[in-house]
Design a protein around this ligand. Sequence first.
Ligand SMILES: NC(=O)c1ccc[n+]([C@@H]2O[C@H](COP(=O)([O-])OP(=O)(O)OC[C@H]3O[C@@H](n4cnc5c(N)ncnc54)[C@H](OP(=O)(O)O)[C@@H]3O)[C@@H](O)[C@H]2O)c1
Length: 350
Amino acid sequence: MASMIFTDCSTSTMSRLNHLNRLNGAFLPRPCVGKLSLPRTASGRGCTLSIRSSSSPSAIVINGKAEAKKIKDDIKIEVSRMKELIGVVPGLAVILVGENKESATYVRNKKKACEYVGIKSFELLLPEDSSEEEVLKSVSGFNDDPSVHGILVQLPLPSHIDEQNILNAVSIEKDVDGFHPLNIGRLAMRGREPLFVPCTPKGCIELLHRYNIVIKGKRAVVIGRSNIVGMPAALLLQREDATVSIIHSRTENPEEITREADILISAVGQPNMVRGSWIKPGAAVIDVGIKRVEDSSTARGYRLVGDICYEEASKVASAITPVPDGVGPMTIAMLLSNTFTSTKRFHNFQ
Ligand SMILES: NC(=O)c1ccc[n+]([C@@H]2O[C@H](COP(=O)([O-])OP(=O)(O)OC[C@H]3O[C@@H](n4cnc5c(N)ncnc54)[C@H](OP(=O)(O)O)[C@@H]3O)[C@@H](O)[C@H]2O)c1
């Protein structure tokens, strides 16, 4: 079974990015020499970093934030063209049940992104003790509303509500999260096209494309098999003609499998689980995992850490996403893109 131990092997992404010079859409590290010891973690495991010398290999940083901005800017132009030509404004409905703080932050960010590109957002905040029927009624209302082109139910839902029943109720034509079983089923089947592809995996593939990373014929490994990230990411890679392996919590010796990967996508939520030694030299590494880790040296008291031990992996990989500012912003960009695609489909707009 894969290791569950959290090890602190990364410095903060911001300070890391501050040391990078931007060139032609890729980041190149400034040469530096020396050795840095990081404090030991609660688990007692620490890691000594060798700061790379000018001659050490280092990965290109896949800048999800910058790519997401470009996508949003393109959508903004298209949305305004649509409004001008046919008088239609895309609409995205977001249903949030309960007061989960992280979910509320995601919903706020989605709303802000909608405002930026000119998509109208309909936000429905339901109390924690709402019944399943009440949530289903809200979904049904948005299904019938012609000014809504996409519906998103923020997960997780409170435990008394059956997530499957709710996701099944979203009209497949408005399922911009791509979680409806019909959309996932089509994604899995050869010769079928889903109406929407889940946003996070779609964002991962989009980043690989934008950085000209070849997928066809390559060995790809996905760590995690959730319905919303790992499984659809594996399906997408397979659709792009990669040979795909999936690692999960019961996989024995995962590092032996990851070492074969030309493309590695990790979606677990286990900070720094994937060490440099797990990575094939020259691999492209996409880190979906994101977890808050206590850090009293930051103003917020925490920092965000991915599944990949960045400092180690960036010396082995050829390209790597940071956390934050890697996959996260792409997820929202893909949601906007799916909503715009849906609106075009509803109004037969080219
Ligand atoms: N950046 C974004 O936009 C974005 C979007 C969504 C999620 N995320 C992040 O991505 C991470 C995964 O999200 P999720 O919703 O897919 O999580 P999830 O539903 O909890 O799934 C986690 C997956 O990881 C597997 N796993 C757990 N421990 C493992 C281990 N030690 N070794 C190998 N596999 C292990 C699990 O295996 P089993 O199936 O065997 O249990 C499961 O398939 C989280 O950190 C989440 O916050 C980020």
